[in-house]
Design a protein around this ligand. Sequence first.
Ligand code: NAP
Length: 501
Amino acid sequence: MSAIGTSGAGHVRDAVIVGAGFGGMGAAIQLHRSGLQDLVILEREDDLGGTWHVNRYPGLAVDIPSSTYSYSFEPNPHWTRLFAPGSELKRYAEHVADTYDLRRHMRFGISVERSNWDERNRCWEVETSEGEVVRGRYLLTATGFLSQPKMPDIPGIETFAGEVVHTTAWDDDVDLTGRRAAVIGTGATAVQLIPTIADRLAELTVYQRTAIWVAPKPDLPVPRAVRSVFAALPPTQRAVRLLGSAVLEVMMVAGVLHYGSLRGANRIGETVCRRHLQRSIKDPELRARLTPDYSFGCKRPTFSNDYYPTFTKPHVRLETETIASIDESGITTADGRRTEVDVLVLATGFNLWDTNFPALRVIGRDGRDLGRFWRESRFQAYEGIAVPGFPNFFSLNSPYSYSGLSYFTTIESQMRHIGRLLEEVRRREATTFEVTEAANAEFLARMTEKLGDSVFTLGSCATANSYYFNQHGEATLLRPTTTLNAFREAASFPLDDYAYG
Ligand code: NAP
């Protein structure tokens, strides 16, 4: 072991990957394809799967059709539902790790604190929380977007004497049966959780700060016969995937990214959700409180058939008054009303922009600190993957990296980018690559201009509290282009956009 920065001798691996979720595994598969085998994947958790390992709350399921939420090169004919439950995603992650021989690279329970570009040895030094230093010629961070849980900063919350559970740390030992629970938050997670736990509880109070647009969920079991056809004739499942991807693409591109020029598409999305709410909730006062006051698409909408009906049950109450404080046995709202609670469920989501960009300290050439660079000179990354001043670094969860609605679109276009670039590095017999300032500036300007037509710029998003926006008020999470454009550019970006050394 040696302290970081001492540039001592030590084995330099081909690459260090941080994160053993679908992003990190996709990166490792690509590195294998590029001829690199000496990899290490460092994972904070005690097993692989990322989101699908950490999240185990009741009702967890993928919220886009499963046939599109998987690697295109590793289709899974066994999904039991159109929107598969979380446990199947976890099993799929294990299957991918085994099929592509990735487990041998993985080390669990390792938190990475910081990484430092070692100019002299032309490698990355990655320091773990235990003080161990791991070296790699390349560094790939695949730490996810939704990986740092957000704890609400509510006065007195630490004094609550009952059970407190965040949805990312679900505890099956917490008995809900016959008890009084409060759920704080009404994001996509809460929408899945609330209907699943409601019937077990004696009382459920849901604290909503911002309503969410909810569309009907066209979920169905996939009959065994259909699964057999998918397994025997993979092109049939590919066709279903293509159809699902096309629908998601139209929703995203027409409804969100081209809001200015195709406003009708956004209205269709909003109308579908409004009708769904109208059909589910007859009480106009309750309906009004469940209706978002911001444009459809400003924050991630979700799908559910049983979320709204849950609020019509006599023991379930929607609370829209601000929470003022929490004491040892209850929650008091700003108007002075107090609700006694046995179990407090925090469906309060994730902290993206303060702690996740980047999720660890990354120090590049000449001491450039990635977090400081992003905060002081706008959040940016060339093609959502590379940053000037950071040689041999692929930042997979970057500003403008998320493309389309399925995370696998992002992963696979990034794999393509990595493959093309490493092929060029090999061809030139180079040891380093680094994106040029000019290419990065051109990409940032292009993305900024494209955002000008999106719902994020032209819609009414001020009250949405959307995590798509960073602390500067810019919606820099999503790549504002079609996924086809993302794939095309990953396969054809000018190789001179990088400097090689
Ligand atoms: P989220 O969308 O960020 O929602 C967090 C909720 O907690 C919001 O309603 C938020 O209110 C509320 N909240 C946070 N702090 C609060 C406070 N101090 N007081 C009161 N309310 C507070 O998080 P999420 O529901 O976990 O979903 C995050 C993302 O995960 C989704 O957008 C989706 O992309 C993904 N997801 C995917 C799946 C799936 O595919 N299976 C399932 C679930 C989630 P404000 O809106 O006012 O901030």
